[in-house]
Design a protein around this ligand. Structure first.
Ligand code: NAP
Length: 534
């Protein structure tokens, strides 16, 4: 095939989802090409190479399940894998399945237009090169469009500025330097303990505190490896049917139905489990504010116990923020870092940043002289990566216009009036609320079956009906209203980006239910989709 010959499926993005899409689509006998913006594969795990970056889902779960030999052979070294280990794994998979030949690196996509006359997507990369395909899969990442804050004077700073999601491949080395970090989400909380050890002085600028639970990370032993290999088939079966894509089960009783001592024991066990799963200690912790209150107060006690200065603890502990309403951070020594003499915490609620100056940061009260400014300021999540592409469907409809009141999709896969465009981990899918590797596999498998069906029927054009997409999106809105997620501003709701419409963007009812709904729709002759306009 000539490099730019039309293909059946063009995939944008070579992260976990895009890579599996290349493999599965190819196995199903379609021609495929993947365009990746980075100089290497891995998506999130290629770009987020800041010190301390590791996954907050256990490595044995956060890995592909589609090939048993692969999962039996690969050995994870720690309970939570580091970014370099995950990236090495992704490269291994790409090599093992010969996927390189269909992946083009350094190829950021700037435009994708649907050509109705020939029912093809026309895609343009930044370099000007053009590609066309019958189907377009956007595996562009839920958290890939970097949010660099618009702080007055930011371009005047003469020191070094780095966003955690654009960490240089050659690393940094901040010995002897005064480093400032803006942002205390997962990226900040993971990197701060390491940056504190490296820098001469670290200043953390916190606007909103976040809940963080220790990872209790540890190396995996040979005995663990044997157990994991034996457990895998059951583990994967249970995970696929579960809510979060893991084998975790909350303790059986709702929080209010436990005796005080049962509650305390459950919370202690939950805490020891580590990280995000503490959020699922009680079955009703995500839906009942009172149940959540028990967990939040327990977490507060644990955090206070490790911070020497009570006034610092007051600043670091979230207020009026149910634990888990924002993604719980998973840390290794975060709160303890503030006991160090060479670390300062600046509460931006008490003294907002006035400006970045040539030599540091000026707040309403003080000036901070800095050599390096690290932005751990997150992403324009879920929709940002797509909105940054000039993406146009039938009749030239722009994605930004289609989503001006917030994203609307059918099953998270399709946007009405964007025929043959399929999103992976898009708005309306479980995405970041479940194990993203298993979710990606489930989504790709479902789409491949859809494409096979279309091939058998001779269908050229697949498009979601608007009423089906509205209904799906309303179902998500209503389900989200029943959860704690709507009680705190967060990127889940788009509220970290100025002007972004407020809408809970993920399917909140769990991976198992999501898969069931998608399968029922497929069995029901793909109800809600139009094939060649019908
Ligand atoms: P984030 O959770 O959105 O946190 C961004 C931080 O930057 C917040 O503390 C925010 O404060 C602050 N910020 C933004 N603009 C600011 C400004 N102008 N002035 C001062 N502070 C500002 O981003 P993230 O930490 O990159 O994490 C995003 C998501 O990525 C996580 O929730 C998680 O899902 C994923 N992630 C996962 C891992 C992991 O697996 N371990 C690691 C990293 C990230 P406000 O809250 O006040 O806006």
């Amino acid at each position: 095939m000539e490099q730019n010959d039309p293909v059946d499926v063009l995939v944008i993005g070579a992260g976990f989802a895009g890579i599996y899409a290349v493999h599965a689509v190819r196995e199903a006998g379609f021609t495929v090409r993947c365009l990746e913006a980075g100089a290497g594969v891995g998506g999130t795990w290629y770009f987020n190479r800041y010190p301390g970056a590791r996954c907050d889902v256990e490595s044995i779960d956060y890995s592909y399940s589609f090939d048993d030999v692969l999962q039996q052979e690969w050995k994870w070294s720690e309970r939570y894998a580091t970014q370099p280990e995950i990236l090495a794994y992704i490269n291994h998979v790409v090599e093992r399945f010969g996927l390189h030949r269909d992946i083009r690196l350094n190829c950021p996509v700037v435009a994708a237009h649907f050509d109705e006359h020939v029912t093809m997507w026309r895609v343009r990369a930044e370099s000007g090169e053009e590609h066309s395909a019958r189907y377009l899969f956007c595996a562009t990442g839920s958290l890939s469009a970097v949010n660099k804050p618009d702080i007055p004077g930011i371009d005047r700073f003469r020191g070094r500025m780095i966003h955690t999601a654009r960490w240089p491949e050659e690393g940094t080395g901040f010995e002897g330097m005064r480093v400032g970090v803006i942002g205390t989400g997962s990226s900040g909380i993971q990197s701060i303990p390491i940056l504190a050890r490296e820098a001469e002085h670290l200043t953390v600028f916190q606007r909103t505190p976040n809940w963080s639970v220790p990872a209790f990370n540890r190396p995996l032993t040979e005995a663990d490896q044997t157990r994991i290999r034996e457990e895998y088939p059951r583990r994967r079966r249970v995970s696929r049917a579960s809510s979060g894509g893991s084998v975790h089960v909350p303790q059986p009783k709702n929080a209010a139905d436990c005796t005080p001592s049962e509650r305390e024991q459950a919370l202690e066990r939950g805490w020891r489990t580590g990280g995000v799963l503490f959020g699922k200690t009680f079955p009703d912790q995500y839906t009942n504010l009172a149940a959540n209150g028990y967990a939040s107060r327990f977490a507060e006690r644990k955090i206070r116990a490790v911070i020497d200065d009570p006034a610092t603890a007051d600043i670091l502990i979230p207020k009026n923020q149910p634990i888990g309403a924002k993604r719980i951070c998973t840390d290794s020594g975060y709160y303890e870092t503030f006991n160090r003499a060479d670390v300062s915490l600046v509460d931006l609620r008490a003294e907002p940043i006035r400006a970045v100056t040539e030599t540091g940061i000026e707040t309403d009260r003080s000036r901070f002289e800095l050599d390096v400014l690290v932005f751990a300021t997150g992403f324009d999540a879920m929709t940002g990566a797509l909105n940054r592409i000039d993406l146009r469907g039938a009749g030239g409809r722009r994605i930004q216009d289609a989503w001006q009141d917030g994203p609307v999709t059918y099953l998270g896969y399709q946007v009405p009036a964007f025929p043959n465009l399929f999103l992976l981990n898009g708005p309306g899918s479980p995405s970041v609320l479940a194990n993203m590797v298993l979710t990606s596999e489930a989504q790709v498998d479902w789409l491949v079956t859809l494409l096979r069906t279309a091939r058998q029927q001779g269908t050229k054009r697949i498009e979601a009906r608007s009423d089906a997409a509205e209904k799906w999106t309303t179902r998500i809105d209503e389900a989200a209203e029943e959860t704690i997620f709507v009680h705190t501003d967060s990127w889940y709701l788009g509220s970290n980006i100025a002007g972004k419409p407020r809408r809970f963007m993920m399917y909140p009812l769990g991976l198992g239910n999501y898969r069931k709904s998608c399968d029922e729709i497929a069995e029901n002759d793909y109800e809600g989709f139009m094939f060649d306009g019908h």
